[in-house]
Design a binder for this molecule. Structure first.
Ligand code: ACO
Length: 331
């Protein structure tokens, strides 16, 4: 049995913050942000936690699949900005959508959260342990951004998506292959200093601004360029596909220069690369499901198409999934 994505949807908060909004507050320019990252604007959620985003995406996803919440077997939430450290945001989403028969859990793999969760969901389905998984993946990055730090605050946005994972009716379609990697030596270069059990919150950690994203941008950039390109190329090669066979590269949206380097390595032209970083910035676990959902809604992905999904993020964690699209065109 092979698992597939049978329905999907996304949600991005309404409020838009363009680069000029930052330029009016910190020492940066629209030009610097655009040329170094490809970002023009991002969306921030004003009220509530990430479950607000994920619940909206989940409800729409189930509507598109045409089933009720009580038919969901398992909910996985991928996020590094859960509503609370506990209970799991999966439980919060379960209550909000009324998925009374579902069990579930949260998974934290930062920007690779969606890929790790999709592989986990697929394996749960393929083993027969569950009939289906509602995978909700996204972040409210604005909750952990230091808006006085020009190097990181301009990079991120809020948003997420939901995908329904179940057995594929056609064995040739669905999640074909995956590569997932991790290197814990990345921790010093990208982390949140305080708030966990190693450094619990105190007045001092708050005063020192230790609850925000800490990133050494250039160090992470160097590893990301190599890591994301390597796995994207490797998954294509080991499945004996050429750039002509791949309909879409759906990359994590952290920096347009990292995306371009990955596409170059795969020999893909720009018209086969999904990019929306200009509108949303880096929504961490949200980027890939939002990209997939926009491709679907735009009628740009068709049954039988080969897609390479790839990511790089905190940990470090990185990976690629080869997906053969199984959903008929949106009507
Ligand atoms: N506006 C103006 N100048 C800035 C800004 C800004 N917003 N931010 C930094 N600068 C300055 C720096 O101070 C530096 O100035 P200096 O040369 O006088 O010291 C200069 O611009 C260059 O800074 P760099 O950090 O070297 O810039 P770089 O070209 O590397 O771009 C960036 C920075 C965009 C962060 C890039 O390094 C990057 O994309 N890194 C990878 C991000 C990533 O993939 N993260 C993983 C996923 S995130 C996750 O998992 C949560």
């Amino acid at each position: 049995m092979r698992a597939t994505i049978s329905a999907l949807a996304h949600y991005v908060p309404e409020d838009v913050y363009d680069n000029h909004w930052f330029a009016e507050r910190i020492d940066t320019t629209d030009e610097w942000i655009r040329t170094r990252t490809g970002i023009k604007e991002r969306h921030f959620l004003k009220e509530g936690g990430v479950s607000e985003i994920l619940t909206k995406a989940a409800i729409k996803c189930l509507e598109r699949r045409g089933i009720g919440p009580e038919e969901v077997d398992c909910i996985i939430v991928a996020s590094v900005t859960p509503d609370r450290i506990f209970p799991a945001t999966a439980a919060i989403v379960q209550r909000k959508i009324g998925a009374v028969n579902a069990w579930g859990f949260d998974l934290a793999a930062a920007c690779s959260g969606f890929l790790n969760a999709l592989v986990t969901a697929a394996k749960l389905v393929e083993s027969g342990a569950v009939r289906n998984v509602l995978l909700c993946s996204g972040d409210k990055m604005s909750a952990i951004l230091d808006f006085t730090d020009r190097a990181t605050s301009v990079l991120f946005g809020d948003g997420g998506g939901a995908v329904f994972v179940e057995p594929s009716a056609d064995e040739s379609l669905g999640i074909v292959d995956f590569i997932l990697r991790m290197d814990g030596n990345g921790e010093p270069h990208l982390h949140q200093k305080a708030g966990g059990s190693m450094r619990p919150p105190t007045a001092e950690t708050v005063a020192n601004r230790e609850h925000f994203v800490y990133q050494e941008g250039q160090t992470v950039f160097k590893s990301a360029v190599i890591g994301m390109a390597d796995v994207s190329y490797e998954i294509m090669e080991r499945n004996k596909l050429t750039s002509d066979d791949v309909a879409w590269l759906v990359p994590h949206q952290a920096n347009l220069r990292i995306i371009d380097a990955t596409a170059n390595r795969m020999g893909l032209s720009a018209d086969k690369v999904m990019v929306n970083i200009d509108r949303y910035g880096n929504t961490t676990a949200g980027t890939i499901p939002i990209c997939l959902s926009e491709l679907y809604e735009g009628g740009k992905v068709h049954k039988g198409d080969y897609l390479v999904l790839s990511s790089f993020g905190a940990g470090y964690t990185w990976g690629a999934i080869l997906l053969r699209w199984s959903i008929p065109d949106i009507s």
